[in-house]
Design a protein. Structure first.
Length: 64
């Protein structure tokens, strides 16, 4: 599932609104074991473009 999520985020990264929408969906459906992988990948891939969105949504999510 995480590979599919990454694919979607890459495809919508050109649009801030779509990226944020898909990121929120991804955070909701990703299993806890893959959460840190998703977070790290997002920061590596999109921090130059969507840092504010990443900070806003990854800081809000409690790590279980």
């Amino acid at each position: 599932m995480i590979q599919y999520i990454k694919l979607i985020l890459e495809k919508v990264s050109f649009d801030r609104y779509l990226f944020e929408k898909e990121l929120l969906k991804a955070i909701k459906i990703v299993v806890p074991d893959e959460f840190n992988e998703l977070k790290n990948w997002c920061y590596e891939k999109f921090s130059h473009q969507h840092m504010a969105i990443l900070n806003r949504h990854f800081e809000m999510v409690p790590i279980v």
